[in-house]
Write a protein that binds this ligand. Sequence first.
Ligand SMILES: CC(C)(COP(=O)(O)OP(=O)(O)OC[C@H]1O[C@@H](n2cnc3c(N)ncnc32)[C@H](O)[C@@H]1OP(=O)(O)O)[C@@H](O)C(=O)NCCC(=O)NCCS
Length: 177
Amino acid sequence: MSHLMPVVSTPVRRIAEKTIEVTPTTPDERDQIVQIAAETGVFSDHELETVAELLGDYYRDAETSGYHFLTHREGERVLGFAAWGPRDLSGKGYDLYWIATRPEAQRHGVARALLAAIEERVRERRGYWVWIETSDTPPYAAARGLYERCGYRPALTLPDFYKDGDGLVVYIKRVSG
Ligand SMILES: CC(C)(COP(=O)(O)OP(=O)(O)OC[C@H]1O[C@@H](n2cnc3c(N)ncnc32)[C@H](O)[C@@H]1OP(=O)(O)O)[C@@H](O)C(=O)NCCC(=O)NCCS
């Protein structure tokens, strides 16, 4: 029996250290991305329409539009996506616009991998800062936990910024320079 042990333990270790692959979003992923954004339950109808609209801009011409999408998928199934791009009037700042993971795939490191992939791309473009705006309300607690876990610090909080009881938190991280 003992000669079987390495065969059993190797795949277990490989699963634990699995690399979460992140790739540029492709046209066939469009419907799944809009579906994931809807499934998370935190975005308004207007925000969902905006995701679809910006995806269209990205597919037409990412560099001109300034909207970039990244995806993690397993086989045909998209498990998470993120949208980012250069911040207007800033040579060194980049925005994270959206990040979302399918509810059943959450807490497996998908968003962390997406965020790391964005930071890598910002560094490649010689950018310094990633800027994230989010809400201070309970539905966004997971997002705030993610950002803080990934080294972002709350740089600004504005109570009631979106509406009464719904404030703004701006997270920033210097990723290079
Ligand atoms: C926020 C969100 C993208 C996180 O996705 P995810 O793939 O589950 O995140 P990860 O597994 O990479 O988590 C990385 C870290 O973030 C933190 N985190 C993630 N979910 C959390 C939660 N529900 N509560 C507290 N911290 C959380 C943890 O520190 C976690 O590390 P750990 O699992 O080792 O403790 C996901 O919950 C989501 O899609 N939420 C709805 C959409 C949204 O709010 N998007 C942000 C606004 S655009």
